[in-house]
Design a binder for this molecule. Structure first.
Ligand code: 0L1
Ligand code: MG
Length: 256
């Protein structure tokens, strides 16, 4: 356990200082994804002890495009804190990241608790609102390379998220077109249907996966459903916008 604690300190310090570290599995090749989740929980406890507040969770690798981009073929989940939030229309600073990327997403706002094996209808009944969103992911590993266990330990690359206007929960998000622009040029085009066939399936998976670790999706939590397309690298000076059919747009700018 203390060894997992040491590994949690490594990934937490890497995130805190925006410094790349070698993959944990280079020195610990037997690390399992479950070890990764234990490390993630310990690293998150360190963040919370510094005053950050838990505000939700993210689902990761919920589309084929994302799995192919990072060569890990498993749906994963990580934890979100208020310190990761980038205001809609605001600025993200390159100084806070190692090698950030951005991806177009849809976010859920929970109105009721949800945990365990639930149906899609039960999941949607627990949702208060849906919104266009983007996730800024930033692997703390050198060259953005990792195994399944590594990426889970690193909180699934969670580092930033931006949420647009919340919309009614019955807004049709089954096959919503998504166009992510950088500096006014379309860079990724996709559909919410790329997220496990329907974003609600990501929410169903989220409820099941957090329950395995004794957690629940709490009222007020934000749940990021996962990238609908591959992610795009960020650089200072960029203006980024995700337009989601039926939900509207969400944007932010990148500063040095
Ligand atoms: O879909 C995701 O948010 C996956 C994050 C982990 C892999 C990555 O850094 O791209
Ligand atoms: Mg994501």
């Amino acid at each position: 356990m203390s060894n997992l604690g040491n590994l949690a300190e490594i990934v937490d310090e890497a995130a805190r200082n925006a410094t790349a570290v070698p993959q944990l599995t280079i020195d610990a090749p037997d690390l399992t994804p479950d070890d990764g989740y234990a490390i993630q929980a310990m690293a998150m406890a360190r963040r919370l002890s510094r005053g950050e507040r838990r505000v939700g969770m993210k689902m990761g690798l919920t589309s084929r495009a994302k799995m192919i981009q990072v060569n890990v073929e498993e749906v994963i989940w990580g934890r979100l804190t208020d310190g990761m939030r980038v205001e809609e229309g605001g600025f993200a600073s390159m100084a806070d990241y190692v090698h950030p990327r951005v991806e177009p997403e849809i976010a859920f706002l929970m109105g009721a608790p949800l945990s365990g094996n639930v149906s899609a209808v039960e999941a949607m009944n627990a949702v208060e609102a849906v919104a266009p969103a983007m996730e800024i992911i930033d692997s703390r590993y050198k060259d953005f390379k990792f195994t399944w266990a590594d990426v889970v330990a690193d909180n699934c690359s969670s580092s930033g998220f931006v949420i647009g206007n919340w919309c009614a929960p019955d807004t049709d998000i089954a096959n919503a077109g998504m166009v992510m622009e950088i500096d006014g040029q379309a860079r990724q085009i996709g559909s919410s249907a790329a997220i496990l066939g329907h974003p609600v399936r990501s929410l169903v998976a989220a409820a099941r996966m957090v329950a395995q670790w004794g957690e629940s999706l709490e009222p007020g939590y934000i749940v990021m459903a996962g990238g609908a397309t591959a992610a795009e690298p960020l650089a200072a000076g960029m203006s980024v916008r995700n337009n989601v059919q039926g939900l509207g747009a969400v944007s932010f700018q990148v500063e040095a």
